[in-house]
Ligand binder design. Sequence first.
Ligand SMILES: Cc1cc2nc3c(=O)[nH]c(=O)nc-3n(C[C@H](O)[C@H](O)[C@H](O)COP(=O)(O)OP(=O)(O)OC[C@H]3O[C@@H](n4cnc5c(N)ncnc54)[C@H](O)[C@@H]3O)c2cc1C
Length: 445
Amino acid sequence: MTRAPILIVGGGFSGAMLAARLAESGQGSVLIDATGRFGRGVAYSTDFDGHVLNVRSARMSAVEDRPEAFVRWLRSHAPEHADPGGFAPRGLYGRYVADRLASVEAAHPGMIDMVHGRVAAIDGADVVLDDGRRRAGRAVVLATGNPAPNTARDGLERVTRDPWAPGALDAVESNETIAVIGTGLTMVDVALALEARGWTGTMRAFSPRGLLPRAHGEVHDAAVPPAPEMLDGPASRRLAAARLRARDHGWRGVMEGLRPITADLWRAADVRTRSRLFRHLRPWWDVHRHRIAPGVAARIDRLIADGRLTVSAARVTGATPVGADLIDMDSNRPADRDKVMVEWLPPRATVPRGLLVDRVIDCSGPGHDPRRDPLTAPLLKSGRARLDPLGLGLDLDDAGRVVGADGAPDPALFVLGPPARGAFWETIAVPDVRRRIEALAAVLT
Ligand SMILES: Cc1cc2nc3c(=O)[nH]c(=O)nc-3n(C[C@H](O)[C@H](O)[C@H](O)COP(=O)(O)OP(=O)(O)OC[C@H]3O[C@@H](n4cnc5c(N)ncnc54)[C@H](O)[C@@H]3O)c2cc1C
C-alpha cells in the first residue's frame, strides 16, 4: 500500500523543492499554492531582469548535494548568465526552480500533485482549502514563505502596503515624490524597478538606524572559520571577538564562516541572549549578512549621489492622506494631486516631523505574525501550537515540528523556510533553506 501524501502548504522555493526531494525519495506529496505559479514564490516571480539574485550563482543550487546544479542549468538554458561568480536575474532562477520541479515530476509520475488554491485551515493531518476542498495527508508542512509587509495601516489612499503584489508599482507616476518605510532589500528592489520604468522623482527612505544593505565583494569571500571565543560566552564578548576577526580577515569572510552554524548558535542561545541579539544586533546583522550584488549597490549609490534617494535614520509614526486642495510647500502652489503627510521621528526626538509626499511604499520587510495569520492563529488558540519565546514565529523542535502549548512536538505538523525563523533564525536564503529541506525530507521519509 502506498503511504499517504505529505501536504505542503505553499509552492514557492521551499515547498516546491521539498516536494521534489520527497518524490526522489519515493514519498508522494500534495503541493498547494495560492498563486498557482509553482517554484516561484514572491522572490522569483519578478520578470524585471534588474532584480538579480543576492547570492552568487555558484551557491544557488536548489539541491544540497548537487552544488553545481544551477550553474549547469544556466549553461544550457541561459549561457549569457552562466558565470558562477555572477548574480543572475531572479526571474531566471524562478524558471530553474520550476524546471527542476517539472523534471522530477516527469521522472516520478504521480508523486507530486500540484493544486492551485489557498489553504484556509489545518485539521489534524488534513487541510481545507478556501473553496471547501479537503485534502487528506500523513503530515502537513507549512511553507507559506514571506508575508507582505505590515507596518502601514490597511486601506490608506496613496499608501502601497504590498510592494511585491503583481502590478503594485503601476500606479506610480513618473515624477512622484515617495516616502519609503524601510531601507533594506525591498526598498532597493523598489527603487531599481521604478527607475527602470522611467520614474524621475525623489525618494526618502526611513528605518530606525538608516542602514543600507552592504555590497558583496567583487569575488566570493572564502569563509573564515570562527574563532573559538566567538562560539561561547556572553554575547558582547562573542561580538568583540567577531569584530577582531573581521578586522584581521575581512568581515565578509567572517559572515560566511558563521553561515553554516548560525542556526545551531541561535538554537543553543538562551532566551535572554536571543532577545538581546534580536533587539540590538539584528539591523547590523541583516545588512552584513544579506548583501546586494556590486552592480545593484552601484545603482543605489548613483541614486543617492544624484540626490534622488535620501536615507534617514528615523521611525515613520504616521501617514495621513490629504486632499489636493492644499498648498505644496516646495512650490508654494496648489498641489496637483492628493498627497500623504508622513510623520517621522528621528532618534531621541520627541516631536515628529512632517514630510509631504505623493506616495508611501511599505518596504519594511516580511510581516511575520502568526497571531494574525488566518492559518496559524487557530492553531495558537487551540493550543496545537505556541509562539517561540520571542514571538517571532511558531515554536519548533530541532526537526521543524510545531511544539504545542503542552510542550510536545506535533508529529504531523512542520514549518519550513522563512516562517521557521523563531526556531532557526537564518532560514530565509536558498543555501539555508535547502539544508533544512534535506533535514526535513529525512524526517518525513
Ligand atoms: C523579494 C525577495 C528577494 C529574495 N531574493 C533572494 C535571493 O536572491 N537569494 C536567496 O537565496 N534568497 C532570496 N530571498 C529569500 C527567500 O525567502 C527565499 O529564497 C525563498 O524564495 C523562500 O521561498 P518560500 O517558498 O519559503 O517562500 P515564498 O517564496 O514566499 O513562497 C510561499 C508561497 O506560499 C504561498 N502561500 C502562502 N500562504 C498560502 C496558503 N494559505 N495557501 C496556499 N498557498 C499559500 C504563497 O502564495 C507563495 O507562493 C528573497 C526574498 C524576497 C522576498
